[in-house]
Design a protein around this ligand. Structure first.
Ligand code: DGP
Length: 114
């Protein structure tokens, strides 16, 4: 797949406010936060969209979600609650084509989304 801005962040070619890292996942603060806490969790091995994920990605996607939940718990966000979002393609609002989980917290979220 084509390189993206997130690939450059993973390779430390451009700066980001990194808050979590393990062998498979990197997390950094969103440049355009939509909540008091807005962190993006990205797999280091890029998958462009959720639509392109396959059975071979199951373990990586599981690690991505579990890393997000563990971070939220460790940051004390889980009791009040938080929202996770994976945007997919144009109607989903995806703008960076390196699959990522948005973690949004620190305020009450609205449902349904706009
Ligand atoms: P999405 O629309 O789901 O593809 O989300 C992409 C998010 O990435 C969007 O909320 C803004 C954020 N973003 C875009 N470019 C950068 C960047 O260079 N650094 C950081 N930290 N976030 C970025």
């Amino acid at each position: 797949m084509a390189d993206t801005i997130f690939g450059k962040i993973i390779r430390r070619e451009i700066p980001a406010d990194i808050v979590y890292e393990d062998d498979d996942v990197l997390a950094f603060r969103d440049l355009n936060p939509q909540a008091p806490v807005h962190v993006l969790f990205v797999p280091k091995r890029a998958i462009a969209t959720l639509d392109e994920a396959g059975p071979g990605d199951a373990e990586l996607l599981g690690k991505l979600l579990l890393a997000t939940a563990a971070y939220a718990r460790e940051q004390g966000l889980a009791k009040d609650g938080y929202r996770t979002v994976i945007n997919c393609n144009e109607h989903g609002g995806q703008t960076v084509f390196h699959l990522h989980v948005h973690l949004l917290a620190g305020r009450r979220m609205h449902w349904p989304p706009g």
